[in-house]
Design a protein around this ligand. Structure first.
Ligand SMILES: O=P(O)(O)OC[C@H]1O[C@H](O)[C@H](O)[C@@H](O)[C@@H]1O
Length: 549
């Protein structure tokens, strides 16, 4: 594999970067209060609406010049060419020599993207059709379990990208899902996860989807074997039952066959789909089973609309580009370490967890594409909770803590479950929070309320805390697709500016290898010779000496 990127100019040597550094020094003390007072139209001007998503980015610590310079930086970093390279199937994941084509998973049938001489879009649609056929047979009851009962329970076994997308989408789209069926998700190697997931399920009515890109992941394979035993125990060891109760989603047909699942019951995807970008591949099978194939296709169209927006819209009105550049601005010039994602939508309760993998596994890197260490910050930590729960927990720190944490507020104009005044109250909270963060409460205001002098400092909100507000009409499968693709491409934008590979994840390997070494040390009947450091040796001994079995 060759390194084709060695001539990239270091980010900090780019003109726009240098100009941004000077610009930051000039405006670091700027106040949102002043920016809004000086420009009464700011809250209308600094907004973008595209493909049904409305972004208000006016409450950011930026001026028009900041934006101009950030957009210039994007151009200097070749963002447009990087986007084209991804969409055209170039092998931009250079450390694994792979194309990065999650966008092909939602491309229309007639599109063509060629990788190694093959039009991958036709492959995508062939698998989609197979998923549609299977999910319709299961949902209609035509597909029967081993004893002739219809399938009522679906258990997805997978971890990381083979779990977080499916769980998040299931929760997000529950309103659209088949309520007569039960969906469970087993990811953790912790035996509690599997035990709790199946404790009330009838094996005769249960379908397992073993989801794993590699089909070698320790957690998933261990859980899948346990599921196999659980099923066989119910059917007197009759291995014929497996065909009716197990399907696989993977890129690795050989391992699927070794496990004992007929590859006719395997839903394929490809090495150009990264795990954390795979929820629109066959990894979404549980989603399709839950919401039906028509809704699944609508979700894909939402993704595709955002893909096209990202690819074609001018940068100044390009939602993912703007959001990505703002993240770079805070991470690199303000030294921001964290970004809070705050969906004011109960159905999106797993969205922050999903974003954790998407963002941090993609851009939690310190090597540039040419193998030198970055001299600037890369990804902040993304975390969050649905509103209003977060308000009664960690918002204290957002308002008065010592860290600057930009927030993404996400809300929908309409609720899916109208109930009295709930939605007005919910939305009033989103708007109130971004207002409070931005404008705070001054000493004068606190004093004017008759607050005793000694208490005044505690009750001041300095404000000037930035946020984005994203509004959409209603949480539909289409809107969910747009929202996820927005973050995917924001992550892409950030990675392109930082000059890192957003599509590998070498950082997860070391722990896996060390665990493989420790497993036999915990299980061996004879005292093993331990060659770790004194802390690890002692932890292993303590566990060995205390465990009962
Ligand atoms: O789908 P699998 O091959 O089982 O991989 C599951 C997950 O595990 C890996 O360790 C990676 O960190 C993730 O990116 C991946 O999604």
């Amino acid at each position: 594999m060759t390194n084709r990127t060695e001539n990239i100019l270091p980010l900090t040597e780019r003109n726009a970067w240098k100009a941004l550094a000077v610009h930051y020094e000039q405006l670091r003390h700027l106040q949102l209060r002043t920016l809004f007072a000086d420009d009464p139209q700011r809250g209308e001007r600094m907004t973008v609406e595209a493909v049904g998503l409305y972004l208000d980015y006016s409450k950011n610590l930026i001026t028009d010049e900041t934006l101009t310079l950030l957009l210039q930086l994007a151009r200097e970093c070749g963002l447009r060419q990087r986007i084209e390279a991804m969409f055209c199937g170039e092998k931009i994941n250079i450390t694994e020599n792979r194309a990065v084509l999650h966008v092909a998973l939602r491309a229309p049938k007639e599109a063509s993207i060629v990788v190694d001489g093959v039009n991958v879009v036709s492959q995508v649609h062939a698998v989609l059709d197979k998923m549609v056929d299977f999910s319709e047979r299961v949902r209609s009851g035509e597909w029967k379990g081993h004893t002739g009962k219809r399938i009522r329970n679906v258990v997805n076994i997978g971890i990381g990208g083979s779990d977080l997308g499916p769980v998040m989408a299931y929760e997000a789209l529950k309103y659209y899902s088949e309520r007569t069926m039960i969906f469970r998700f087993v990811s953790n190697i912790d035996s509690t996860d599997f035990t709790e997931a199946v404790h009330d399920l009838d094996p005769a009515e249960t379908l397992f989807i073993v989801s794993s890109k590699t089909f070698t992941t320790l957690e998933t394979m261990t859980n899948a074997h346990t599921a196999r035993e659980w099923l066989l125990a119910a059917f007197g060891g009759d291995t014929q039952s497996i065909a009716k109760h197990f399907v696989a989603v993977s890129t690795n047909a050989e391992e699927v066959a070794k496990f004992g699942i007929d590859t006719a019951q395997m839903f394929e995807f490809w090495d150009w789909v990264g795990g954390r970008y795979s929820m629109t591949s066959a990894i979404g099978l549980s989603t399709m089973l839950a919401i039906g194939s028509a809704n699944f296709r609508i979700m894909l169209s939402g993704f595709h609309q955002m893909d096209e927006h990202f690819r074609t819209a001018p940068f100044e009105s390009n939602l993912p580009v703007l959001m990505g550049l703002l993240t770079v601005w805070y991470a690199d010039f303000f030294g921001t370490q964290a970004i809070a994602v705050l969906p004011y939508e109960q159905y999106l309760k797993r969205f922050p967890a999903y974003l954790q993998q998407l963002v941090m596994e993609s851009n939690g890197k310190q090597m540039t594409l040419n193998g030198s260490r970055v001299s600037y910050n890369t990804s902040p930590i993304y975390w969050g909770e649905p509103g209003t729960n977060g308000q009664h927990s960690f918002y204290q720190l957002l308002h008065q803590g010592t860290s600057l944490i930009p927030c993404d507020f996400i809300a929908f104009i309409e609720t899916l479950n109208t109930l009295g005044r709930h939605h007005d109250i919910l939305l009033s909270n989103v708007f109130a929070q971004s207002e409070a963060l931005a404008f705070g409460k001054t000493m004068e205001q606190v004093k004017a309320e008759g607050t005793p002098d000694w208490l005044v400092p505690h009750r001041i909100f300095e404000g000037n805390r930035p946020s984005n507000t994203l509004l959409a009409e209603r949480l539909t499968p289409e809107a969910l697709g747009k929202l996820i693709a927005l973050y995917e491409h924001s992550v892409f934008t950030q990675g392109a500016i930082w000059g890192i590979n957003s599509f590998d994840q070498w950082g997860v390997e070391l722990g896996k290898v060390l665990a493989q070494r420790i497993i036999p040390e915990l299980e061996s009947k004879v005292e093993p010779a331990l060659g770790h450091d004194s802390s690890t040796n002692q932890l292993i001994r303590r566990y060995r000496n205390s465990k009962r079995t």
